[in-house]
Structures are given as structure tokens and as C-alpha cells.
Design a protein around this ligand. Structure first.
Ligand SMILES: C[S@@+](CC[C@H](N)C(=O)[O-])C[C@H]1O[C@@H](n2cnc3c(N)ncnc32)[C@H](O)[C@@H]1O
Length: 263
């Protein structure tokens, strides 16, 4: 890349910050190298490709993908790289959508017809006439005032698989959700000032079953030492068992390998 266009790119990356996603931008550099403000808990969205290919070993060819609270769009970009025919990400904040569009247009050179981004609230999905094969709902369930309703709205527009990744409360009973009030001014937070933390994956699984996603798997549920009052859980849900066949086989093989190693 010519020196002048490289410095223009770097200037733009600085102006667009702070960055929450650590995305490659060429020359071994990442968006996070241009963070003037230090962001905690940087996320590498390409790590999710591992789960995506466990679910769909042949990739996302012919599939459509939806990402709620997409931040700077890394999961949609990953979905496109895996062959998705269409990926749609939206976020409530301009800051993140400006980053997503910049990465799509200037760094990854993807077509807006294949990878589309909008500023929107999750409630706007109630009016969606489009359906998606795969929906990612990561880091947002615990930022909204009505998680049960929102899961139902998303389930109704998802054909195959939903991935829900959320924080939960350690001290709420397993079958409850705990209310909390967050400041909408925080750039990673919700905007409604009221939110709920599930007490266990069981709560999320029950809501998903009620919403028509009868098959659920708890991919992980952990408490990180840095946040001992919170748990982090990931639930994979499918409308039909067949959509989890590849994933189930992978997990069975993994369990067998671990059992063998423990002998
Ligand atoms: C904790 S971050 C998670 C970002 C990303 N999904 C991830 O997994 O790292 C929450 C994101 O959701 C967005 N967000 C919060 N409330 C939202 C809402 N009601 N509708 C759409 N996006 C929302 C925030 O702007 C932020 O980008």
C-alpha cells in the first residue's frame, strides 16, 4: 500500500475509535492498535468461526446470517468469509455501525448487498419481514428490558439456529432472572436503563423451548475470576435436531477424546 493511503487509513482508524473488536486491518495490524482510549475486554470476532464451523462444517454457503448488537460488524464479516449469501448486523449506536461500514468497505472490500449494517434497536426486528437461517445474539440479552419478548421475536425470524451468549447472575436462583439498572451512557450498554440477568442457562433454554427452539445445548457456562458476581453462558438452540447433528457429533467425539486422555 502507498505510504499516503496507509497513513490515511491509520488516521481514519484512530478517528473511528475506540474499538471493541480486534479486527485485522492489514500489515499485521489490528483495529485495537488504533485505540486512543483503552478499551477493556477486547473481543476477536474471528474466534467465533470455530463454533460456526462446528455447527456448519461445510460453511455458511447459501445461508443468511443475523447479528444483534453487531458492534463493528466482525461476526457478519466472518459469516461472509464462510460463504453466507447475506449477513445483516445492526446496533443501537452510530459509533459501531460507522466502524462496521468502514471495515466492510475499506478493509475487507465486501459488497453492501451481501453484508448490510444499520443503526437499529432490537425492537425494530418486530417489523422484520426477512427471515434468517442463523441468528447470533451475543452480549445483548442482558442489556434489554424485555428478554423473553425479544427472544420470541428473534425466534420467529430464525429458520435454523440461534446462538445466545449472555452474562448471568451468580446469586439469582437458577430459575429466575435478576433485574438491574444500567446507565445508557456507557457505549457498550443498553439504552433502556433496565435489564435482566438470567440465574442459569436453564432460564434461557426454557424461553427458547417456548419460542419454538426445542433443541438446546449449553456450550459453556463459566465464572471468570475477574467478575466473580457474574457468569457467562452460551446456549446453542435449533428449531430441529437435524441442525445440530454436526455439532452434536463434534461434542461426542470431544467427550470421547477427553475420557480416553483421562484413563
Ligand atoms: C456488550 S456489547 C456486545 C457486542 C458484540 N455483540 C459482542 O459479542 O462482542 C453490546 C452491544 O449491543 C449494542 N446494543 C445495546 N442495546 C442494544 C439494543 N437495544 N439494540 C441493538 N443493539 C444494542 C451496544 O451498542 C453494543 O455494541
Amino acid at each position: 500500500m502507498a505510504k499516503s493511503s496507509k497513513s490515511a487509513l491509520e488516521k481514519k482508524l484512530r478517528e473511528l475509535g475506540p474499538w471493541h473488536f480486534k479486527m485485522p486491518v492489514g500489515d499485521g495490524k489490528f483495529t485495537s492498535d488504533y485505540n486512543e482510549i483503552h478499551m477493556k475486554n477486547l473481543v476477536d470476532p474471528f474466534i467465533m468461526k470455530r463454533l460456526f464451523t462446528q455447527l456448519y462444517p461445510q460453511g455458511f454457503e447459501g445461508k443468511s446470517f443475523l447479528d444483534i448488537g453487531c458492534n463493528s460488524g466482525g461476526y457478519c464479516i466472518a459469516a461472509n468469509q464462510l460463504g453466507a449469501k447475506y449477513a445483516y448486523g445492526f446496533d443501537i449506536r452510530d459509533l459501531w455501525i460507522n466502524q462496521a461500514k468502514f471495515l466492510r468497505d475499506e478493509v475487507f472490500k465486501m459488497s453492501p448487498k451481501e453484508v448490510h449494517f444499520d443503526v437499529a434497536h432490537i425492537h425494530d426486528m418486530e417489523k422484520s419481514r426477512k427471515k434468517y437461517d442463523i441468528t447470533l445474539f451475543k452480549g445483548v440479552l442482558y442489556h434489554i428490558p424485555d428478554p423473553i419478548h425479544s427472544i420470541k421475536v428473534l425466534a420467529d425470524i430464525t429458520n435454523e439456529v440461534m446462538i445466545i451468549d449472555t452474562a448471568g447472575s451468580v446469586d439469582a436462583p437458577d430459575d429466575c432472572m435478576k433485574i438491574f439498572f444500567e446507565k445508557p451512557t456507557a457505549i457498550m450498554a443498553g439504552v433502556d436503563n433496565m435489564a435482566w440477568l438470567p440465574g442459569s442457562p436453564k432460564v434461557v433454554e426454557h424461553i427458547l423451548h417456548w419460542a419454538g427452539f426445542k433443541e438446546t445445548r449449553v456450550a459453556s457456562c463459566k465464572v471468570y475470576p475477574a467478575r466473580p458476581h457474574m457468569q457467562r453462558m452460551r446456549i446453542i438452540a435449533a428449531r430441529e435436531k437435524k441442525f445440530l447433528r454436526a455439532y452434536d457429533r463434534k461434542m461426542e467425539n470431544k467427550a470421547k477424546r477427553l475420557a480416553e486422555a483421562a484413563k
